[in-house]
Design a protein around this ligand. Structure first.
Ligand code: TRP
Length: 454
């Protein structure tokens, strides 16, 4: 542990610290903001179920694969592939992960900036007497104001860069430990309020009663993409995190906890948003068009229905901000760890350089949402999300699985997993998934990509 500190990398203090930090990476805007949007876009409950299946069969498999590679090599993604297969070209998969991470961070932090904006808007009491229309107008006005949204984006990127420049231990762990559980409790509370709103049942039906006729490749593809996105998979984040775990710890149960808690938070986000949304008079599932602002427009409505709503609102947006920050921090950590390990950069310099780069790259995303919050595939923001947040995550995830099975080997991987986990009861299922089910499912969905995006 201590000797690794010298290289500027650091190690997790304990297993629980790792789980909380990995869950901190995973749980964030992906679950709270993106998942409910995808549910709306994909027509409701079938997508919810497709997502849960994708997490269980593919996400968990992938996470264990990444953690095993990371812990085995004790390296960032580029170094990890290079360590197992020197001079083989596999390291380019690591590079792709590094690039994808920066690309995702660039627009993700824009949304994290909205969370910041909503925090001070709540404090200034802008949500009093809110209705669905005024809430939607408030969001649209906010993102259409380039100075305000860029300012918020800059604040979030600045905080992220600062945390990363100070190092893993002190930066990430302290945040995640206390506040993630609090977020969870608050969400249960909000879910309870949402479900008891008059008219909530229409939203519950939309969210939980699947119409099987709505299943198609598109639903499955975006369920897969969301599983990767929400679990921070497919680009080496979990390889990097795995590299900080000691061999005494149980990778299987850690991965299981991260998958479970992330899915639960996403599920709760939908349970809060859909009943609240369709409790709005005149808004029916048929008429409803999800926009990028869905969560931001809906949460104030349920908060307004609580006694002491102001305080709950402030608390919610503080916790949302922390959830977003633990994710932006994890996104920035991957390329920073890469520059430290492979190019011997000093941590603060790497953080500043990459934080600045992501900010510049995020500006067109921020501005494109100002022009339109619709989920069209033409806006820059939506393009970034489609290309990096869905397609490249799936490609990267497939690459990791192929690497593990054919270039590293199931055997050494299992050995790595069994260290710290003497009884791995899901072993046969994992082996089957990692060999066949997960790669084939990803491959087939990627082949269909033309029909999905066209
Ligand atoms: N999983 C995070 C969220 O849902 C976002 C995120 C962090 C991410 N790291 C990632 C997404 C790596 C994809 C890959 O909010």
């Amino acid at each position: 542990m201590a000797e690794r500190e010298e290289s500027g990398r650091g190690t997790w203090g304990s297993k629980i610290a790792f789980i909380l930090a990995a869950a901190g990476s995973a749980i964030g805007l992906g679950s709270l903001w993106r998942f409910p949007i995808m549910v709306g876009r994909m027509g409701g409950a079938v997508y919810v179920f497709a997502y849960i299946l994708a997490v269980f069969f593919i996400g968990f498999t992938e996470m264990l694969a990444e953690l095993a590679i990371g812990r085995h090599t004790q390296k960032n993604p580029v170094g990890a592939f290079e360590a197992i297969r020197p001079r083989s070209g596999w390291k380019y998969l690591g590079y792709a992960g590094v690039v994808t991470t920066i690309a995702i961070l660039s627009y993700y932090a824009v949304v994290a900036g909205w969370a910041f904006g909503y925090l001070y808007k709540t404090i200034f009491g802008l949500f009093r007497n809110i209705t669905w229309e005024s809430s939607a107008a408030l969001f649209n006005r906010f993102v259409a104001n380039p100075w305000e949204s860029l300012f918020c984006f800059l604040v979030v990127m600045g905080i992220t860069t600062y945390i990363i420049s100070r190092g893993v231990q002190s930066g990430i762990e302290r945040f995640a430990k206390i506040l993630m559980p609090l977020l969870f409790i608050l969400m249960i509370f909000l879910a309870f309020r949402a479900l008891t709103l008059p008219g909530a049942s229409r939203g519950v039906a939309f969210y939980l009663k699947p119409e099987l006729s709505k299943i198609d490749v598109k639903v499955l593809f975006f369920a897969l993409g969301q599983a990767f996105y929400s679990l921070s998979l497919g680009m080496g984040i979990m390889i990097t995190y795995g590299s900080y775990i000691s061999r005494e710890e149980n990778l299987v149960s850690s991965a299981g906890w991260v998958c479970f808690s992330t899915t639960l938070v996403a599920f709760l986000a939908g349970i809060i948003i859909y009943p609240t949304l369709f409790a709005t008079p005149d808004l029916t599932p048929e008429k409803f068009e999800p926009s990028l602002g869905l969560m931001f427009q809906t949460i104030p409505l349920v908060i307004a229905k609580l006694p002491g709503g102001f305080l709950f609102g402030v608390l919610f947006f503080i916790l949302l901000q922390v959830a977003a920050l633990t994710s932006t921090v994890s996104l920035l950590e991957v390329p920073v760890a890469f520059l430290i390990d492979e190019h011997k950069w000093a941590r603060p310099k790497a953080a500043l350089f990459l934080g600045g780069l992501s900010f510049l790259l995020g500006i067109p995303s921020a501005l494109s949402v100002g022009a339109s919050t619709a989920l069209t595939r033409f806006g820059f923001f939506n393009k970034m999300d489609l290309i990096f947040g869905n397609i490249l995550l799936a490609v990267g995830g497939l690459g990791v699985l192929i690497f593990l099975v054919y270039f590293w080997g199931i055997k050494p991987a299992l050995e790595e997993i069994r260290a710290g986990c003497p009884r791995f009861s899901l072993e046969p299922l994992w082996v089957f998934n990692v060999r066949f089910l997960a790669p084939l499912a990803i491959l087939i969905l990627l082949i269909f990509i033309k029909t999905i995006t066209g």
